[in-house]
Design a protein around this ligand. Structure first.
Ligand code: CO
Ligand code: ZN
Length: 331
């Protein structure tokens, strides 16, 4: 699995610019599903036919990023955020643009070193000597994202965009493990533009009109020094979401997931996330309503260039989702 995770996380794909990620996923999943469609917004919808209820699984392809907004006479580039870009995480990070050009994030002199890092004081230095050269390489309106290599620490890994390429890798692995032996009519949906408002999940759910939906995405942890109190720890198992900022998960699905985890001795923990939400929030409110829930991968430093997850948790999520699909999903 690490090969696919490395490939997916090192691929360029801020919101709206998911094409390269989509191409990787299509290659990796096509032998394990009955059909693949790409819809008008760019969602990749892979289908394994089954007799039972229609289940939609969602993981988003896009990552947070930047878009260039102004270039000064010396060639320094100002930018706007694409999704939840944290200025404090970004100082001196490298940004890669769609054409492969790399730059570094610099900051205007701060009055007091304890003052907050502000988006409006940041700029990208792409090594241009003046405005003309910068405009030619990275014109206003160019999208970029963090540039960072995947690191294998053994049990744990560090990479950019584990939010949510780890979810994409998990869905590919689940499809591979199922070998089309399935009790449910299952759609693996790789969504676009989650980080800017759950856009792809909204339209693909409307199209598919599922009976049940599960989002697979990252969640925070409470196990780092002076972290916000949260009963989710790295390496302690699949996080079955109970509630986040955007939704209350369907209690029947939550109960089923807990039972499956217990019966199969899959390590799990219950997640209540104070900040952030997932594609499930948009899917839940589709048409007449879709019973929805989410299974999360505990992650540290979310929305930075160096997110960390534990491969045991990744394995637990794969097992939980696989077992869930092997039984007839009911609510
Ligand atoms: Co995110
Ligand atoms: Zn996410």
């Amino acid at each position: 699995m690490k090969r696919i995770i490395k490939k997916l996380t090192e691929t360029f794909g801020p919101s709206g610019y998911e094409k390269k990620v989509r191409d990787v996923i299509r290659e990796e999943i096509r032998d394990h599903v009955d059909s693949i469609k790409i819809d008008k917004l760019g969602n990749l919808i892979a289908h394994i036919k089954g007799q039972g209820p229609k289940v939609m699984l969602a993981a988003h392809m896009d990552e947070i990023g930047v878009v260039t907004s102004f270039i000064d006479k010396n060639g320094f580039i100002r930018f706007s955020n694409v999704g939840g870009f944290f200025p404090v995480h970004s100082l001196t990070s490298r940004i890669i643009f769609e054409n492969g050009r790399i730059g570094v994030i610099g900051e205007e002199r701060r009055k007091g070193m304890s003052d907050p890092v502000e988006m409006t004081k940041l700029y990208i230095d792409i090594g241009a000597k003046d405005k003309k050269e910068a405009e030619k390489l990275v014109p206003v309106g160019t999208f970029g994202c963090y540039e960072r290599k995947f690191e294998d620490l053994g049990k744990r890994i560090i990479a950019k965009a584990l939010d949510d390429r780890i979810g994409c890798a998990i869905l590919i692995e689940v499809a591979r493990k199922l070998k089309r032996k399935i009790k449910n009519d299952t759609y693996f949906v790789f969504t676009v533009q989650e980080e800017v408002g759950l856009k792809g999940a909204r339209t693909s759910a409307f199209r598919l009109n599922p009976d049940i939906a599960l989002a697979i995405d990252v969640t925070g942890t409470g196990d780092t020094p002076e972290a916000r109190k949260m009963a989710v720890n790295l390496g302690a198992g699949a996080a079955i979401k109970v509630k986040d900022r955007g939704m209350v998960c369907d209690p029947r699905i939550v109960k089923t997931l807990i039972n499956i985890a217990r019966r199969n001795k899959i390590p799990y923990q219950l997640e209540i996330l104070e900040m952030g939400t997932t594609d499930a929030t948009a899917i839940q409110l589709t048409r007449g309503g879709v019973p929805s829930a989410a299974v999360s991968i505990p992650s540290r430093y979310i929305h930075s260039a160096s997110e960390v997850v534990d491969m045991d948790d990744v394995g637990s999520v794969v097992n939980l989702i696989t077992k869930y699909l092997k039984n007839r999903a009911v609510v």
